[in-house]
Design a protein around this ligand. Sequence first.
Ligand code: C2E
Ligand code: CA
Ligand code: CA
Length: 703
Amino acid sequence: MLDVILCIAVEHDLKLVALAAAICILGSWLSFRLFDRGLADSGLTALGWNFLAATAAGSSVWSTHFIAILAFKTGAPVSFDPVLTIVSLLIAIAGIFAGLAATTLSIPFSAAAGGILVGLGVASMHYVGMSAYHIDGLVNWERTFVVASVIMIVAASMVALALMKREDIKARPEKAAGIFAAGIVGLHFVGMTAMTVTPLVLRGMSVQQNSYLAMAMAIALACIVIAGTGLTSFVIDHRTRSDSDRKLYQMALYDSLTGLPNRQNFTDKLVAAIAQSDRTAEGFAFIGMDLDRFKEINDLWGHLAGDAVLAEVGDRLAALKSDRLFFARLGGDEFAVICRCTNEKLVFEDMMHIKNALVRPIALEDGTEVAIGVSLGAAFYPADAPDAQDLVSRADLAMYRAKASAITSICFYDSGMDEVVRQRKALAADLRNALANGELELYYQMQNTVDTEEVTGYEVLLRWRHPARGMVSPVDFIPIAEESGLIMEIGRWVLQKACEQAAIWPNDLRIAVNLSPIQLNDPKLPGFVRKVLDETGLAPHRLELELTESSIIENRERTLSLLSQIKALGVTIALDDFGTGYSSLETLRTFPFNKIKLDRSFMNQIEESPQARAIIRAVLAIGKSMDVPVLAEGVETRSQLDILRQEGCDAMQGYLLGRPAPHDAILATFASMDAIADENTGVLQQAIKSAAKAREQDLIVAG
Ligand code: C2E
Ligand code: CA
Ligand code: CA
């Protein structure tokens, strides 16, 4: 050992030793990185990587060796045999290449065999190189050191290659390179210790240490060029791989349209959030989100516009992203949020922010602006659901509730919803048969002028006499009909039936039929209205259609054009429930309604609340200025009517003057009003008789 240390410290130029060491370490590291890359591939590509690794390793080992030899102070002039020098380089490359290739074989002891080949290749390079090195002196070799040096490099190579094949070890190339480099250093210096030189020439002869330095630098440079080729290939490959890895990663976990995390990514996050919540007992909220009116945008403006809207939604959501909020697009117009918070008030505020961000108009490329809505439903983990699946479906329940609600677009799950859903499903199934079974019928509620209380017409209100449940309110079953699409069929039936019934009235009072927003999506509606009028013979001016502002908001242009076609038939159009939900002056301005129906919620407050009265006054003023009569709904008391009279309201409807009643009862009213002009109307006579019988019972149910 001491011999070796002395050999390094005394007999070597330490500057060159340092250079040799640097080349040895860097070269080994690069070679093993290249080899590692080869291990990940197979066939020719793997062989190519092995070749690059072998050239890098061979040339750096060779350079290390030669620079170190130049560092060796022989005290005697030296010369090199060029052929043997080159041959030694080739031996190194070939030996290492053979060893690496052997290592990649999937046979037992391949790493050991590979290690022996590499080790012997490097050792041969060293000793062939030494034989190319002619010293003018007596050279003596000590066998033990020679053998020890060979064992060192073979052992180091075997260990390094065995390490490379162990997939469970981290930083394999670095560790293997360290061992290999140690082996090279061992080989060289133990090998040099084995050699003693007795100079034959006289003192004073130049040993040309300076030109050695130049030569060492040249060798180092050549080595850098060779190794550099390998390094460049490695870097280029690494870049392309990491670029495509990044792309693949992006594609696998992110939605390409919105840039938001996709369903897969979201599922992982949800599972992680649940695991974390179980650990920390902190809990979180899951928010399900669905865009409103997205389908219409797609239908009306095309899929490109739909995509633009989704992309904008993605941007707006991304801008809201925080430590607390994680957004994802689950598909279509469906989004999800994980909100790390269990405080209902804060979660509600987050939901408000989300909603406010999304309802702002979105400008399309051609300059048109579209507006979407959003319905949000939230459920808490673990308070509302024990696992991910239930959590998502419960938040969805809340979301559907929000979607169905006219009042709010944000809902929280509560356990009653499960029961409600069960009930709704049962009701939806029954509703399918209701029409065929004759369970639906029409009630009529009078509308009067405010000043003389004279009857001007009747609103047609649908009733469902359920065989088991009794009377089901339209408030409960119309939304179900809308959800299931049954509303189209039911709506047509209502219109047809109401016109048929009104056509036999002995007067020309008007009927007002309610239209669902869904019906207004049907381009055949104007044609159907005309057909019904033709078939029933009802004068068009006796038919009024009531619709709410939500029908127009959902699909402005198309609905307005449909309404114009209907209006052109001579049918009038009333704006229902004005003052709730979306009410806007814009709607009143864009379409010439024949009537504004002030929502009945104002009537409850008209006596006590100055604000309610102020709103009524304002609506009346708008009506006056636009020359559209205003009808107040839900008038239940005299004092309410008095106030309306004071304020100058045109018309009213409410329990005070008339509750909704079945058709027969209405006919009976006409009879008692001495309104039967034509004695010959046999149908009417018959109807009145049966009406008398049914009247009492019906009036009770109708209230
Ligand atoms: P709406 O169009 O606002 O109808 C007026 C509702 O107010 C009716 O409830 C009526 O019974 C009730 N009402 C009338 N006067 C008073 C009053 O003085 N006080 C109170 N508290 N309420 C009064 P109804 O018949 O239960 O209908 C509820 C809703 O169902 C209707 O609201 C309408 O939106 C819908 N609907 C009813 N029939 C149809 C239909 O044939 N087609 C469609 N699409 N919807 C319908
Ligand atoms: Ca109505
Ligand atoms: Ca109404």
